[in-house]
Unconditional design. Structure first.
Length: 195
């Protein structure tokens, strides 16, 4: 028996339909960007900027990667940047697939069930990997800026700690939403057993 028969369920179903279109559009954009950026990298002029040199400069430049294209990139940097970009796009695409499946559960009116929990947990865990990798790359950039100080300065640790705090706040918020969904599933199962 369906115990999720409230007016809020109808509103959630309606709203999730709009978000389904948004996730599909974002998945298409990520797929195009995932293929387009490595192709763009192959057209960039060749130079002698290596991965370590890029990371040493990236911590001090405001506009990051694109400001260094004028000097030219080494084949090593092109390959590493292309592979990192493809890996990042793949994980983001997987997060969007799980969010899309979660929204499909919501659109079907099955808000508090095990399938929704599975997709929510999987999206959260993949997002955690994205955050950890982005913060790890930022930390490496700061370390390389101190190892190679001739690159034009050193990285700002305060800015990095601010980003860590910001990301931890968002992770805490999403973890709270995940726990709320899990509590809702438990309450829904108890209500079904009582009926």
């Amino acid at each position: 028996m369906q115990v999720q028969k409230h007016a809020r369920i109808a509103n959630i179903r309606k709203l999730s339909r709009y978000f389904l279109f948004l996730t599909v559009a974002l998945m298409a954009i990520i797929a195009i960007g995932g293929i387009g950026f490595p192709v763009f990298l192959m057209t960039v002029s060749s130079g002698d900027l290596t991965v370590a040199g890029y990371l040493a400069r990236a911590a001090t430049l405001d506009d990051g990667f694109f400001s260094q294209l004028k000097e030219g990139l080494s084949l090593q940097l092109k390959v590493v940047a292309g592979l990192v970009w493809l890996a990042w796009c793949t994980v983001v695409w997987r997060v969007l697939v799980h969010i899309n499946q979660l929204l499909t559960c919501f659109h079907d009116g099955e808000i508090f069930n095990k399938k929704a929990i599975f997709h929510a947990k999987r999206a959260f865990n993949l997002n955690l990997i994205l955050v950890a990798s982005a913060l790890g790359i930022d930390f490496l950039a700061i370390v390389f800026s101190y190892v190679y100080p001739s690159a034009g300065g050193t990285g700002d640790i305060g800015h990095f700690l601010g980003r860590v705090l910001d990301q931890m706040t968002w992770i805490g918020f999403f973890l709270l939403l995940l726990w709320s969904l899990e509590i809702g599933v438990d309450l829904n199962e108890e209500a079904e057993l009582t009926i």
